[in-house]
Design a protein around this ligand. Sequence first.
Ligand code: 5GP
Length: 192
Amino acid sequence: MTVSPHPAVTVLAGPTAVGKGTISTYIRDNYPQVWLSVSATTRQPRPGEVDGVHYFFVGPEKFGELVNDGEMLEWAVVHGQNSYGTIRTKVEEAVAAGKRVLLEIDLQGARQVKENLPEATFVFLAPPSWEELVRRLVGRGTETPEEQQRRLETAKLELAAESEFDVTIVNDDISRAANELVTLMGLTPHAR
Ligand code: 5GP
């Protein structure tokens, strides 16, 4: 396993429906030592999502201002719909405070972080197989069939990007994969 010499910032990316969100939730709940970046997004909150905890829910106007003012470390329109971005100063402050920082973002964003912060560690979260990825995307039932199709097309391109990453973690089991991630970040994982 190749690990970059600067573990302060870790970027977790991977194809749609691979379970990045589930892994981040697991880490938020089980590893308070990890400073999980809260992204800004133009999408509407889902039931149970809290502003400032899961995302900063901002309107398109405010999002545009953040981009124009150079406040975003990276940002992207994901699935051709909503904009998502990482607020630079918040990440910088966390790094300065000695925190272990985790960014859970899409592939386009990961590529921008590689430009802006090449010393970060880049982790690709992979599904156990293509069939399993399809099953997870269809199974969660949150998207229309057209949207599922669109996301599967995106997922194919995203899977091809694995070689751009420092490390691959296979999401075969949430706590196992999360433990592998925190170990990589220099923390001691909890016993399972
Ligand atoms: P969801 O709307 O399901 O919470 O997230 C959709 C996608 O947006 C996920 O693939 C997630 O990784 C990505 N995402 C969340 N926050 C950011 C961000 O700050 N930047 C980028 N580039 N992608 C993000």
